[in-house]
Design a protein around this ligand. Structure first.
Ligand code: NAD
Ligand code: UPG
Length: 428
């Protein structure tokens, strides 16, 4: 099968490489010349475990990147993997996706065979019929051979390739048996000797499944953080409590790690988007609003623990971890951002370190200091806050002795506390 993938960001590059690995011919299309050139050199434009290997194996053979939409009509199916960021009020910004959808439609205006355009991007259910389907149809000049589908993506950054290969489920939202069969054919090689559950439904329901999934997980973490904050007030260890709670298989032990909260390119924007879309109907989603509120307050709680032990004004504070989670260089909505902003407001002299995410953070905060290692960041610091659970922070030990005053506030329960340091866990 020949697949065109529009957009070569985190999702587009991952699915393009993984489709090629499944044996499909893939054309990856992006408007960014640098991204296209990087992929054609067999390198990933993002830092994602396993992705470089797949690109190196398939680029120049089954996988090609280009800025041109010319391959779209020659392909059997097209996936739209374009960003859907937030507007200032949290609602979804569909401008970029609508433009790519229209360009895809234009490329298909003269196609005489049926063609399926699948939305991979996360979009609110009403916006399929109100915005994206009309954009495709307008571009295609009403060509009735063009059909739309919705196939939401559930991969996590840092384990994107692994998640593509081993999904919990596949969700196919289509308007016809033909379109559903086409999606079954695309993913058929993934089934191999297993049977991944497939949910066959309509496009709007498929879109809602994606939001419900993310809203549930984000709210689960916020609930765990709420309970964790109570544990801390009682002098109890939230991890001991939640480890026991997670043994109940109605709850599961996953996504029970309390700490400085959820960041990234998805949970914050998706919870905000579905909340804004709900409000437009006149419904106030009280639990989701509370989940956002708890998440927004966790960085402040972290800094309250720091200021309990350190007069932050004029003090040198090390921020360990800038990526929104380990194994990625993505800083979108990282909890490190509000923490650095609040430390700046408090007058701290900030020195930051992350194994891979310093360049993007340097663009965001050019005026703070960046250290070459965690050890260098800690040297002479009056306090440190740990924001990302990189494995290397678990092995830090003597490095804390080089601090001016060894105050460690751990937002991710990753540091191994010693008797020499003043250690505060956020919820333990
Ligand atoms: N990042 C994730 O882990 C993840 C997981 C599941 C779903 N999603 C959803 O997938 C979608 C894409 O997310 P992402 O993180 O990959 O976004 P991204 O910003 O990393 O990538 C989008 C890409 O689209 C390209 N682009 C923009 N306009 C274009 C056009 N007209 N034609 C061709 N290319 C164009 C950009 O240059 C960019 O490379 C979003 O809706 C997101 O919510 C993301
Ligand atoms: O117990 C936990 C688990 C996660 N997090 C935080 O939650 C955020 C998101 O983590 P994760 O879900 O692992 O990463 P994402 O790549 O953002 O993946 C989420 O968002 C994607 C985009 O929609 C979905 O595809 C995935 O299924 C969904 O897990 C990060 O800041 C984590 O530190 C916690 O605080 N506690």
């Amino acid at each position: 099968m020949h697949i065109t993938v529009i957009g070569s960001g985190y999702v587009g590059t991952t699915i393009a490489a993984c489709f090629a690995d499944l044996g499909h011919k893939v054309t990856a299309i992006d408007i960014d010349d640098d991204i296209v050139a990087t992929i054609n050199e067999g390198e990933a434009p993002i830092d994602e475990p396993g992705l470089d290997d797949l690109l190196e194996a398939h680029v120049g053979d089954r996988l090609t990147a280009t800025t041109s939409y010319d391959a779209v009509p020659d392909s059997d199916v097209t996936f739209l993997a374009i960003g859907t960021p937030s507007n200032a009020d949290g609602s979804i910004d569909l401008t970029t996706l609508a433009a790519a959808a229209e360009a895809t439609g234009e490329a298909l205006a003269d196609k005489t065979d049926r063609h399926l355009v699948v939305i991979k991007s996360t979009i609110t259910p009403p916006s399929i019929a109100s915005t994206i389907e009309p954009a495709i149809k307008a571009g295609a000049d009403g060509n009735e051979n063009v059909e739309i589908g919705m196939n939401p993506e559930f991969l996590r950054e840092g384990s994107a390739v692994e998640d593509f290969v081993n999904p919990d489920k596949l969700v196919f939202g289509t308007n016809s048996e033909w379109a559903s069969n086409r999606l079954h054919d695309v993913f058929e090689p993934l089934q191999d000797d297993r049977s991944v559950p497939i949910v066959d439904t309509d496009p709007a329901t498929a879109a809602m499944i994606k939001y419900a999934n993310n809203a549930f997980l984000a709210s689960k973490i916020s609930l765990v953080n709420d309970l964790g904050n109570i544990c801390k007030e009682f002098g109890l260890d939230a991890y001991e409590v939640m480890d026991a709670v997670g043994l109940d298989d109605r709850i599961s032990e996953r996504f029970l790690r309390s700490g400085v909260g959820w960041g990234g390119s998805c949970f914050p924007k998706d919870v905000a988007a579905i909340t804004a879309a709900a409000r437009e109907t006149g419904y106030e989603p009280a639990v989701l609003e509370a989940a956002i509120d708890v998440n927004d307050r966790q960085p402040g709680r972290l800094l309250d623990l720091l200021t309990k032990h350190v007069d932050v004004d004029g003090a040198r504070i090390a921020v360990l971890g800038l990526a929104f989670k380990p194994q990625t260089d993505d800083i979108r909505n990282s909890r490190a951002i509000p923490i650095i902003e609040q430390l700046q407001d408090l007058g701290a002299e900030i020195v930051a370190y992350d194994p891979v995410a310093m360049d993007p953070m340097c663009d965001r905060f050019p005026d703070i200091e960046y250290a070459a290692s965690a050890a260098e960041a800690l040297e002479g610091a009056h306090g440190t806050v740990v924001v990302t659970d990189w494995d290397e922070f678990a092995t830090l030990n003597d490095e804390f002795d080089e601090m001016e005053t060894p105050v460690v506030v751990d937002g991710r329960r990753i540091v191994d506390p010693s008797t020499e340091m003043t250690y505060e866990g956020l919820t333990w």
